[in-house]
Design a binder for this molecule. Sequence first.
Ligand code: DGP
Length: 117
Amino acid sequence: MSDTIFTKIVRREIPADILYQDDLVTAFRDINPRAPTHILIVTNKPIPTAADVESEDEAALGRMFTVARKLSEQHSLERGYRLMVNCKEHAHQEVYHLHMHLFGGRPLGPMLVSVDD
Ligand code: DGP
């Protein structure tokens, strides 16, 4: 599989506003923010989609949530936030390197507007 843009960010081969990095995950600001806080938490391992996770990835998947919680505290999101993972074309996944969106800083509205959207 060829490298994605996120693989290159994890390896620090291209610039990004990296907020956190450890042995399993990397977090950086989304280039096209949809909320006052919009951070991407990606696995360091280049897993293409949520449909490709294996049991051996569970430590990295759990780390995504604990890092999301720490970042939410650092960004004063005590009124709440949304964690979102898009999987493949029906979810409009753009970058095929597993990532969790952390959105916050304003009321985010309903999850989906209606069944037809
Ligand atoms: P998704 O649709 O879930 O695959 O979201 C991909 C997100 O990645 C989208 O919100 C824009 C963001 N993004 C794409 N390219 C770059 C990049 O080069 N740098 C950063 N920081 N974010 C990017």
